[in-house]
Write a protein that binds this ligand. Structure first.
Ligand code: FAD
Ligand code: NAD
Length: 481
């Protein structure tokens, strides 16, 4: 009975480990298999997010922001700082310490909840049996389960004509490990990773950061007014975004990357000291299930699931980056909790329309719900309220006035359909919008709510008031009622 479980989970990232904890909390005998090993070859939980994703990138974003602020951001406020120096080794060591502590924390949490953690590679066989290949063991261990949750996550997409090379042409993982600040940094892909990691190295002193983006529009999934403002501010910061640019050749010579790319119809050559390839991620579904298991994948390799993450196989669920929807840690975690409830026999659903997104640049970009372009395409009548941080007392006191908050509400019912922000601390402010929308709030509900003064969140209040045609701290033409 040792290897018989009520639930076996393959993958210990934010989707898998959260599912494991919730299953155990619900009284289910649970095992979690994960194959991640850290730089020292030691098994580590937490998947991409904790080891090489959300957490280390945010540690470097935070540290580089402090460095940049001390170097050039405080003079206007009467604070003179001299002799600011970068100790990159120590900054990287801090990042590694944060990662180590958090991954060990997950290990403790699994132990406390009596989840069996099995380091190794799992493969789904027929009839919910799982073969686990463990380090140093010749024969796979075979587990059987009443329910299986597949949470194998994703890996960086590689480009055939730009192979990763040494520590010079790297993916996002390599870009968290540069031992010196690159003088000329190139990035293929002006998506979320490109912008966040480009910001890190620019703040730490890269002389040029060039992002070569294949599409001819910038952040097309972001509200276009926000995307325009973001591009303007990033450009001011020295991120050179080249749209409609496709790399046709990449050659590494004498430690320098020589890139040829097509911009529109014209060929260009450019040299970089480091190049990051950040062109998206693909699901880790290859080899995850034996052929005899007959697990259905879509044409991109995503595991086929319904709205409640059921695969085509009875008792087998799949969650996180390996299934449809945004590749975000909190999306995977919520799916993990939903599936645990379903397995325990409870009713559970997830609102995929209300998953917040954040780009952790400076200023931060955050949004939830429909963009203005989506509402136009769907021919939905809406009202708009925009409030700039330049009119916020708190933002002015912080000397951080770029950006705005925008509320989109249904023209008939006034229900909030989308909230889009760019500005200081938007990664935190977006939670208010998500909560309001989760509770079905109208822009009037938010307008009638009392917000503390002086806070950045007043900008959300004012944007809701603006949607009602009655913002106080900007001049607005009154709406006829
Ligand atoms: P993963 O975190 O990828 O975990 C899957 C785990 O399963 C891994 O440990 C893997 O080794 C293991 N595994 C796979 N196959 C097997 C197998 N057959 N047997 C055993 N184990 C297996 N998201 C955000 O929401 N916010 C952010 O700020 C953010 N920043 C990011 C920054 C970077 C640089 C990157 C790369 C990603 C970032 N993401 C961010 C995305 C986020 O990391 C992912 O959405 C999230 O990790 C997905 O969780 P998951 O559990 O589905 O998969
Ligand atoms: P992405 O999809 O955000 O961006 C990739 C970009 O590369 C796109 O703009 C795409 O058009 C471009 N591209 C694709 N092929 C190209 C080519 N051949 N040449 C030039 N450009 C090309 O993907 P990403 O930035 O790699 O991030 C991967 C995933 O990780 C995303 O889904 C994201 O949600 C997640 N992530 C989230 C956060 C966050 O929540 N803050 C941070 C990092 C990563």
């Amino acid at each position: 009975m040792k290897d018989q479980f009520q639930v076996v989970i393959i993958g210990g990232g934010p989707a898998g480990y959260v599912a494991a904890i919730r299953c155990a909390q619900l009284g289910l005998k649970t095992a979690c298999i994960d194959r991640w090993v850290d730089a020292k070859g030691k098994p580590a939980l937490g998947g991409t997010c904790l080891n090489v994703g959300c957490i280390p990138s945010k540690a470097l974003l935070e540290s580089s922001e402090r460095f940049d602020e001390l170097r050039q951001g405080l003079v206007d406020r009467g604070i003179k700082v001299t002799g600011v120096e970068l100790d990159l080794e120590r900054m990287l060591a801090h990042k590694d310490k944060v990662v180590r502590e958090l991954t060990q924390g997950i290990e403790q949490l699994l132990k406390a909840n009596k989840v069996t953690w099995i380091p190794g590679t799992g493969q789904l066989q027929a009839n919910r049996r799982i073969a686990v290949s463990e380090e140093g063991k010749e024969k796979p261990r075979v587990l059987s389960a009443d329910h299986v949750i597949l949470a194998p996550g994703s890996s960086a997409v590689e480009l055939g004509n730009v192979p990763l090379q040494d520590d010079i042409v790297v993916d996002s993982t390599g870009a968290l490990e540069f031992r010196e600040v690159p003088r000329r940094l190139g990035i293929i892909g002006a998506g979320v990773i490109g912008l966040e990691l480009g910001s890190v190295w620019r703040r730490l002193g890269a002389e040029s950061v060039t992002l070569l983006e294949a599409q001819d529009s910038f952040l097309p999934f972001v509200d276009s007014q926000v995307a325009r403002e973001a591009l303007r501010l990033y450009t001011q910061q020295g991120l050179d975004v080249q749209l409609d640019s496709r790399v046709t050749d990449c050659e590494l010579k004498d430690g320098v990357v020589n890139i040829t790319y097509k911009n529109g119809k014209h060929d260009h050559q450019v040299q970089f000291d480091k190049l990051i390839v950040a062109v998206g991620r693909r699901p880790n579904s290859r080899g995850l299930a034996a052929d005899e298991a007959t697990l259905l994948l879509d044409e991109w390799g995503f595991i086929h699931v319904d709205e409640q993450c059921r695969t085509n196989l009875p008792g087998v669920y799949a969650i996180g980056d390996a299934v449809r929807g945004p590749m975000l840690a909190h999306k995977g975690s919520e799916e993990g909790m939903m599936v645990a409830e379903l397995i325990a026999g409870h009713a559970a659903t997830m609102n995929y329309g209300l998953i917040p997104s954040v780009i952790y640049t400076l200023p931060e970009v955050a949004w939830v719900g429909e963009t203005e372009q989506q509402l136009k395409a769907a021919a939905i009548d809406y009202t708009t309220g925009v409030f700039p941080f330049a009119a916020s007392g708190r933002a002015r006191a912080m000397n951080d006035t770029s950006g705005f908050i925008k509320v989109l509400a249904d023209a008939t019912s006034d229900r909030i359909l989308g909230v889009h922000m760019i500005g200081p601390h938007c990664s935190e402010l977006i939670a208010e919008a998500v909560t309001a929308m989760h509770l079905g709030a109208s822009s009037e509900d938010v307008a009638l709510t009392v917000f503390a003064h002086p806070t950045l969140s007043e900008a959300f209040h004012e944007a809701a008031l603006a949607a009602q045609g009655r913002a106080i701290h900007i001049a607005q033409r009154p709406r006829k009622n």
